[in-house]
Write a protein that binds this ligand. Sequence first.
Ligand SMILES: NC(=O)c1ccc[n+]([C@@H]2O[C@H](COP(=O)([O-])OP(=O)(O)OC[C@H]3O[C@@H](n4cnc5c(N)ncnc54)[C@H](O)[C@@H]3O)[C@@H](O)[C@H]2O)c1
Length: 328
Amino acid sequence: MKYLTNEKLTIVGAGGMIGSNMAQTALMLGLTPNICLYDIYEPGVHGVAEEIYHCAFEGANVTWTVDPEVAFKDAKYIISSGGAPRKEGMTREDLLKGNCQIAAEFGDLIKKYCPDVKHVVVIFNPADVTALTALIHSGLKPNQLTSLAALDSTRLQEALAAEFGVQQCKVTGAYTYGGHGEAMAVFASKALIDGTPLAEKTLSAERWAEIKHATVQGGSNIIKLRGRSSFQSPAYQAVKMIEAAMGGEKFTWPAGTWVNEGKYKNVMMAMPTVIDATGCHFTAPKGTADEMAALDASYEHLVKMRDEIISLDIVPAVKDWKKMNANL
Ligand SMILES: NC(=O)c1ccc[n+]([C@@H]2O[C@H](COP(=O)([O-])OP(=O)(O)OC[C@H]3O[C@@H](n4cnc5c(N)ncnc54)[C@H](O)[C@@H]3O)[C@@H](O)[C@H]2O)c1
């Protein structure tokens, strides 16, 4: 088995549904043989490790631990799904306080044990705000830490494909930007359906509103269907993000990234991004007046959540962020 790198990948929350799927996906894609599975719940992470051993991946060198020092020491790549998931009826935002406290500790562990980590992907929700918290606490450079935001766009792609009866990959140029939450901004004015602009297709305003609603509610729908929060798609997409940071295939679905320019200041939000071995790079989204207004509204929603974690003392006031992270 040829692996992309031998550097240490730590999976945080590895005892959970996303974490366990990420361990398997990372080995199946041949990212690195050196994977450390970490969780605070011993039976969970122990059980996942046993299952991975029973897969007998060739050349794998998988360890597991509940000791954060062992997990974070010398890690070069980290993916974290280590936080509470949504239950039916909950929004991602309902998880704000508890999961941001976990994110602050997560960032502190990075600063203490692996300041030389190359890339970190944060999954646990609300992912843009937990990622921002982790970025401030970790001291990392902004392009070294991203959050998983791709699923909103893959759900939009799927909904448009179903609407027009085409293969999913034939829908291109349809993305969501801004927050990974109820206030995400849908950008589809440049979408192509099997090569034809969406604007030239027959789609009533009502149907389009339903598609957008289905996109925003895509995660809740999985909870309704399966009785639990989605785990296969977040595991796959997050591992693909880390694969790109390791120098593998570039990751081009939108990622949550640090933004501090133009009218969007001091937040992490989904943008048109590319992740490669040099980190995450973004460009400003271009869209219709309506799409840009939706992005402004999404940004305002993120600012509210950011200000809430400041008022809870989970992160300092914006003017003091540099004291915690000189790279901001
Ligand atoms: N960004 C996205 O697109 C996306 C999509 C789906 C789910 N999620 C989020 O991912 C997170 C994980 O979901 P899941 O289904 O794997 O949940 P899960 O409950 O199955 O697993 C979470 C694991 O994290 C562990 N954990 C909790 N606190 C921890 C800590 N401080 N350090 C280390 N580990 C800790 C738990 O013990 C558990 O094993 C949730 O917050 C969920 O909302 C995000």
